[in-house]
Ligand binder design. Structure first.
Ligand code: ARG
Length: 585
């Protein structure tokens, strides 16, 4: 076996392409389109002959037969069994000998670090607005963004995790007005409760501005003063952001999240003039009733909906700072890609941002970085509507995490009453937080999902507790057998896989690398979750069917290899999802 067989699907595609190019029947445009096959057809299937034949007016069956004959002679495919099916499909079944070699070679060493080698990618996630506590609406960006940045890093990218705080918005005008009016000394506030206070004061401020125009004007004036550098307002603003970030960090700590930089909107405030000037002089933006806007007239949906870059009163906005941010990330980080993780309601904003950047960078002759908006749906409560507390407010993340851990603790105590308190609390933390993360990640991110404690904490089904339990079971088995659990394992005299359960578990393991590829391609972690769940289920069947104790050494070796490989994939997979694992639970 050679290292480049790691992704079998990809490798088969390369081999079939090469074969086709040495035949004369196919041209360079031929794409073998290797796909995962329905199990009764084999492991993989070459699908591309049909469309190629159609396009080139050839007989697909004849063409498939020729390709099959050539492939059967290829030394690369000596351990695969091939057959023709339908109108020119080539079915590929991996033989037990292939599986033996593959599993032995890659156990504990699936190295993906070449895929994105040399690419610098900024992942912009979490990015909450300051002056408010984080609530359930902030959960998904944090969890999905973290999984994506881990995946990119695992595949060799140089990732920059950037928390683009909303710390320069219009909320500060109202907040500063209300703080001054109530005579509050922000520097003397209790850090524990400061954020709740700010939220309360903000609401008060909003109510005031609605009831009397005078307060609205005051708020506007405070905002202008802040933006103009007024020292008093600046100090209040700093105190608010400081208190906010300390509260956020507590949650990041619990969720196991860290950033490489925290460059919020305010960081770009001095760069917005340059952006506006450039866009205007390059004729990408134009004055429109005093405002500066970018029209994308050749775009169906945006042709009458311009991108507002500067308001008529001269104030810049979310769009302006985001434009400055793209430029900064290009100039400072030399980013090849930028990924934004926010909810689906910001799709228009990002599409317009990307369209504007395309024209801007092309006018400046800057190579366009790959810009992607990774958006997600809403978290729904049991009633199928956006999740809220009984009194109709957003659920604070602090409480949500606390409740998850408390519920997990009760379940763990019930399942394993003999655990000491310290260990129980550790397990509860891993299970509770893992369950919240996994429930989110296992859904296709563009769907809304129903938040259900009972479902996410269940030990049955596609959940974190189920996967964590599978891992603990393998550790317990190793302990019983008196073997270590190291990932890499090169057994000398390993028998060939022969039972139905061994073969099907080995086949499942082979798909790990292509699942990573799929999750990476679409930036959708749920592909990985589905796979890990299926793998754990295959493992469970194998574990129940095939004995490990009292078997011949060569049989034990192959079964140990399957256990180690499964453990390695489950641990690696959960780590990529940002979920901690346990040896005992
Ligand atoms: N602060 C924004 C929000 O709470 C998210 C920011 C996302 N990142 C960005 N560069 N626009 O919705």
């Amino acid at each position: 076996m050679e290292a480049d067989w790691i992704d079998v699907k990809k490798k088969l595609g390369e081999i079939f392409y090469e074969i086709s190019q040495n035949m004369g029947e196919f041209d360079a445009d031929f794409n073998p389109e290797v796909r995962v096959a329905e199990p009764h057809f084999g492991d993989f299937q070459v699908n591309g002959v049909l469309s190629f034949a159609k396009k080139n007016k050839k007989n697909p069956h004849e063409l498939g037969k020729k390709l099959l004959t050539k492939a059967q002679r290829s030394k690369h495919l000596a351990t695969c069994s091939l057959e023709l099916s339908g109108p020119g499909f080539v079915n590929i079944r991996l033989t037990p000998e292939f599986l033996r070699q593959w599993a032995r070679y890659f156990c504990g060493r699936c190295d993906f670090s070449r895929r994105l080698e040399g690419r610098t990618i900024v992942v912009d996630y979490s990015s909450p607005n300051t002056a408010k506590q984080m609530h359930v609406g902030h959960l998904r960006s944090m969890i999905i963004g973290e999984a994506i940045q881990r995946l990119l890093r695992f595949c060799g990218a140089n990732v920059i995790r950037d928390n683009h705080l909303g710390d320069w918005g219009t909320q500060f005008g109202i907040l500063i007005m209300a703080i001054k009016r109530a005579g509050i000394d922000v520097a003397a506030m209790d850090p524990e409760t400061a954020l709740d206070e700010f939220e309360r004061i903000y609401k008060e401020g909003v109510a005031l501005t609605k009831y009397d125009e005078k307060f609205l004007n005051n708020a506007r004036r405070e905002l202008v003063a802040l933006q103009g550098g007024d020292p008093e307002n600046r100090a209040i603003w700093e105190a608010i952001n400081g208190a906010s970030y300390r509260a956020f960090e507590e949650i990041y700590g619990q969720m196991g999240i860290a950033f490489d930089c925290v460059l919020g909107e305010s960081f770009y405030r001095d760069q917005t003039d340059r952006v506006c000037d450039e866009l205007e002089s390059l004729k990408i933006a134009e004055k429109n009733q005093g405002a500066l806007v970018a029209f994308h007239r050749d775009h169906g949906r945006f042709k009458d909906q311009p991108f507002l870059i500067r308001k008529s009163d001269g104030a810049t906005n979310y769009a302006t700072t985001d434009l400055a941010t793209v430029l900064y990330r290009h100039e400072t980080f030399h980013a090849d890609g930028m990924i934004y993780v926010t909810d689906g309601r910001q799709q228009d904003h990002f599409q317009q941002l990307f369209l504007t950047v395309e024209r801007w960078f092309s006018a400046k002759n800057i190579p366009l970085p790959e810009l992607k908006h990774v958006w997600f749906g809403t978290v729904l409560g049991e009633d199928g509507r956006a999740i809220r507390t009984r009194s109709g407010e957003s659920i604070k993340l602090k409480q949500l995490i606390g409740e998850g851990v408390a519920r997990a603790s009760a379940i763990v105590a019930q399942k394993n009453p003999s655990l000491g308190e310290v260990e129980r609390e550790k397990i509860a933390r891993v299970v509770g937080i893992g369950a919240i993360k996994y429930a989110d990640l296992s859904q296709n991110r563009t769907n809304d999902y129903l938040f259900s404690w009972d479902k996410m904490l269940s030990f049955d089904g596609n959940t974190a507790p189920y996967l964590l339990y599978a891992i603990a079971r393998i550790y317990a088995l190793f302990q019983r057998l008196g073997v270590t659990s190291g990932g890499e394992y090169l057994p000398e005299n390993m028998a060939i896989f022969s039972t139905a359960e061994e073969l099907s578990l080995a086949r499942k393991l082979v798909h790990f690398p292509s699942v990573i590829g799929q999750a990476l391609e679409d930036l959708r972690p749920h592909y990985l979750c589905t796979y890990l769940f299926e793998l754990a289920s295959e493992f469970s069947s194998f574990y129940n069917a095939d004995r490990m104790i009292g078997v011949a050494p060569d049989i034990l070796e192959k079964r140990l290899l399957l256990c180690r490989f499964t453990l390695y994939v489950l641990e690696t997979g959960l780590d990529l999802l940002g979920i901690e694992t346990l040896e005992r639970m």
